[in-house]
Design a protein around this ligand. Structure first.
Ligand code: HEM
Length: 461
């Protein structure tokens, strides 16, 4: 019996000549891995270098921080490395085999079908949704004093990002069902994170309270999605029977089954809102710490009153875009990307067997001192004269599985920051200390992001 088909517990770790912690180290480090995976990964790389093997039964799990290895796994040898990993299996419990969690061959057809939703012309229409969602959220924002107050900006960014993804999926006319679907999807994603933090992985068929809650939430998600799809099939967005101009309409017209559309809707909600919200929250923190950078962004936004660009942000709003790029470098929401090899491969001269797991952490790559001078400093100007397309800069992944929502997210962030910072000044509260980054589906500040917010009294563009 090959080592891949033997039961996991009977397999010995396969030695591929790469250093790493012993099983005993792993057992003693268990609580730190659970409590703070980002610090654990950083300390592990610090100790063992750019290639680390974790001792698991059978083919190894490798933490890869060398840009050449990363390029090989995600780009040049991408067909060898699929998504059947623990990370995507957990996510798949909510999304099903949607775009994010699926592997070839189904992935490629779905990617082709979803791509038109992210074409430039459509994205420019999403820009209008972003502006409206931001303005409405700011109008509701409860900043009690004209002299400012300390508020949790993470709540604002999460609300805006969820609203934007809802409008892009279900059009501006968001029904009560669509709202419930957005909420249920977020709740399911949080449950998946909690399940992943269990001491031992509990199979889905065992009715633990968490498993039961996940099953209930998923059932609710299924019902809501199928109702929305049925309504859209029957009436279309404008009541004319055609699918309509949003992502749901595009999927309904694409020939996918209801179940496949359900999986893509849930995938887009999960992939498209927490990531953007987290990136915006960290951007605001960095700008609160650097008032000059904030003033420059505000001046740029005021100089561009008019249509809101979703595409080509680097050319039209270079400073704002540099701020966004730098925030995504320091706080990449997608802190880990995983792959599993379908066949043997060679990584920097090391033969690795089929079944090897590759763990790639943008969090580690983005803080390499050899690639990024003063890696912990917020310096947007480093992106003014340097391309963001580098294999040691991966906020949106790389290769064929590059984030399909990259332009969407960059455009959205640019618009939200411009509108927010022309209406408010953001500063640090008294006795402030930076919140601890917490690695959930995205990297969020533990306990939210209280910042001091002062209305500027003027109108935003
Ligand atoms: C700052 C915001 C975002 C970040 C940091 C981000 C990050 C990523 C990363 C790293 C991947 C690749 C994962 C991998 O290779 O395993 C990815 C894939 C994906 N993202 Fe995003 N994303 C963001 C926003 C969005 C938005 C707004 C949407 C949709 C509205 C979206 C939808 C997707 C989808 C569907 C995939 C899977 C693509 C495929 O495999 O074909 N993302 N994202």
């Amino acid at each position: 019996m090959s080592s891949l088909t033997a039961p996991a517990w009977t397999r010995r770790p396969i030695d591929v000549g790469i250093p790493g912690p012993t099983p005993r180290d792993m057992a003693t480090g268990f609580w730190s891995i659970r409590a703070d995976p980002l610090s654990y990964l950083a300390a592990t790389r610090e100790r063992y270098g750019d290639r680390v093997a974790f001792p698991i039964p059978g083919p190894p799990a490798l933490l890869l921080s060398d840009p050449d290895d990363v390029r090989r796994v995600l780009q040049t040898s991408a067909r060898t490395w699929g998504k059947d990993t623990v990370q995507y299996a957990a996510l798949g419990r909510v999304t099903g085999p949607g775009l994010l969690a699926s592997s070839e061959p189904s992935w490629i057809d779905h990617r082709r079908l979803a791509a038109p939703a992210f074409h430039h012309q459509r994205l420019d229409r999403v820009g209008v949704h972003v502006a409206e969602a931001t303005d409405e959220a700011l109008a509701r924002w409860d900043v009690p004093s004209p002299y400012g107050a300390t508020v949790d900006v993470a709540r604002l960014t999460l609300g805006v990002a969820l609203d934007v993804v809802g409008r892009a999926l279900f059009s501006a006319d968001l029904s009560d069902q669509a709202h419930r679907l957005l909420e249920a999807t977020s709740a399911a994603a949080r449950l998946v994170v909690r399940l992943g933090r269990g001491i031992v992985p509990v199979p889905e068929r065992i009715p633990t309270p968490l498993n039961r809650r996940l099953v209930r939430t998923r059932r609710e998600l299924d019902t809501l999605c199928l109702q929305l799809i049925a309504t859209r099939r029957a009436t279309g967005v404008g009541g004319d029977g055609a699918g309509g101009d949003d992502l749901l309409g595009l999927l309904v017209d694409s020939g996918l089954s209801d179940q496949e559309i359900r999986d893509e809707l849930v995938t887009m909600v999960i992939a498209g809102h927490e990531t953007v919200a987290a990136a915006l929250t960290w951007s605001l923190m960095l700008l609160a710490q650097d008032q000059d950078a904030q003033d420059r962004l505000r001046a740029e936004a005021l100089a561009h009153i008019g249509p809101v660009p979703m595409v080509g942000t680097a050319q039209r709003l270079p400073w704002t875009r540099a701020v966004v790029d730098e925030a995504l470098r320091l706080y990449p929401p997608a802190w880990v990307i995983s792959r599993r090899s379908h066949q043997p491969d060679v990584l920097s001269g090391h033969d690795v067997p089929a079944g090897t797991t590759a763990i790639i952490s943008p969090w580690l790559l983005h803080r390499r001192a050899d690639a990024w001078p003063e890696p912990d400093a917020f310096r947007p100007e480093r992106f003014l004269d340097r391309s963001a397309a580098r294999s040691d800069y991966l906020p949106f992944g790389a290769g064929p599985r590059l984030c399909i929502g990259r332009e969407f997210a960059l455009g959205e962030m640019t618009i939200v920051l411009g509108r927010l910072l022309t209406a408010y000044r953001i500063g640090l509260p008294r006795d402030w200390s930076p919140p601890v980054p917490q690695a959930l589906i995205a990297v969020h500040p533990r306990g939210g992001m209280p910042l001091h917010v002062t209305p500027l009294g003027g109108r935003h563009p």
